[in-house]
Design a protein. Structure first.
Length: 382
């Protein structure tokens, strides 16, 4: 097989950005970083573009005019993945918000089917609820929420392919049940919770390794009650997702999180809905009308309903709002989520031996092209 050399780019490697190397691709893998391309290789001229690891988004509700909850099928997953790929996402977890158990069953089966069929970029599934706090449910329907029962373990660990991420409120599940889920291969994240610090701490000790959209939908940090936010910021073993769209959290709050937890334990997520990559400005979410106001999604009663954020925009926002150098912002969109999902040895960095999951950005940080497992695709927009 002929190798491909990506030349004349500014390449973000673990040590920083370099303009004196080309990336040699052999099939699905990065074969080497080299000063010169092999004589027999095909060449792709990046013309000075910035070459980064592909973005990984662990919370994607929809895109391309589709919502995963509406139709948990292979077709829907393919449309969502394609919509986000245009904005640099080379790995994602289609995400279900709280719904009937039948929807969860269909979602797990659809993701299995999508991975088997080779839909580019699908890494598994994120099941956000229904074991969540009524007080902190946000856009989740109260009628869909329930307390965890041991009978759910088999269903939630039934995926045959990819990763399964489950968001729970620790007050709706016992530490023993969390441990059982983790032992079954489920990655457990905490969110949409009103739990006190002590309950959250017990959940971490039982196996919780993440926090879903930190600061939003959770008990807050106060002087005598640290809450879930305090537990998340204190702990340096867990990861936390952040929606950096200018609406979910204040830039100063973002900077506090970076200072407390580090970019190596924070993940940029979109929590994206159907409007990403679509012209429509309204959609229906479980019977409720959601409208787009500028770059914000709200229900008729003013509740934030996910976002219309892209990963490319999240990285740009992280640089601006977090006052970060680009490599640190990119880490939160690549290496951190890869490690959180247990895929750090497969993807998330431009290193020889890892999968060729890459994104090339123009100077304005819009997406020019992507590679998923070595397959090149030029972006239709940025």
């Amino acid at each position: 097989m002929t190798t491909t050399a990506l030349v004349n780019g500014r390449v973000l490697v673990p040590g920083g950005v370099r303009d004196d190397v080309c990336v040699i691709v052999d099939g699905e893998r990065i074969a080497a970083l080299s000063a010169e391309p092999p004589p027999s290789s095909e060449r792709i001229d990046l013309a000075g573009q910035l070459l980064l690891p592909g973005f990984i988004d662990v919370q994607v509700n929809g895109g391309g005019g589709r919502l995963f909850n509406d139709d948990p099928s292979l077709e829907t997953i393919a449309v969502i993945a394609e919509a986000h790929r245009r904005f640099g996402t080379t790995g994602l977890l289609p995400t279900l918000i709280s719904d009937d158990v039948s929807i969860v069953e269909r979602g797990i089966a659809a993701v299995d089917e999508a991975i088997e069929a080779g839909v580019p970029g699908v890494l598994g599934i994120h099941i956000e609820g229904p074991f969540l706090s009524k007080a902190r449910r946000g856009i989740h329907l109260a009628s869909m929420l329930q307390t965890f029962d041991d009978s759910f373990v088999d269903l939630l660990s039934s995926a045959r392919r990819g990763r399964t991420l489950l968001t729970i409120a620790p007050e709706c599940i016992t530490p023993a049940q969390i441990a059982k889920l983790v032992q079954s291969g489920v990655i457990v994240s905490a969110g949409h919770s009103d739990a006190p610090y002590e309950v959250v701490r017990a959940a971490i000790d039982a196996g919780v390794t993440g926090f879903t959209h930190l600061f939003n939908g959770m008990s807050q940090l106060t002087n005598r009650a640290p809450g879930m936010v305090g537990a998340a910021l204190e702990d340096r073993t867990t990861y936390a997702g952040l929606i950096i769209d200018g609406h979910h959290i204040h830039p100063a709050t973002f900077r506090v999180a970076v200072n407390a937890k580090g970019t190596d334990r924070l993940m940029l997520v979109t929590d994206a809905m159907a409007t990403v990559g679509a012209k429509e400005r309204e959609f229906t979410l479980q019977g409720r009308r959601i409208r787009r106001e500028g770059d914000k999604l709200v229900s008729e009663d003013g509740i934030l309903a996910g976002s219309t954020l892209t990963m490319a925009a999240a990285v740009a926002n992280a640089v601006e709002q977090g006052r970060l150098e680009l490599p640190r912002a990119v880490e939160m969109a690549t290496r951190s989520p890869a490690r959180f999902l247990g895929l750090g040895d497969e993807t998330g960095a431009i290193v020889a031996g890892l999968r060729c999951d890459l994104v090339a950005l123009r100077p304005d940080l819009t997406v020019a092209s992507t590679w998923i497992r070595g397959a090149f695709e030029r972006a239709g927009n940025g």
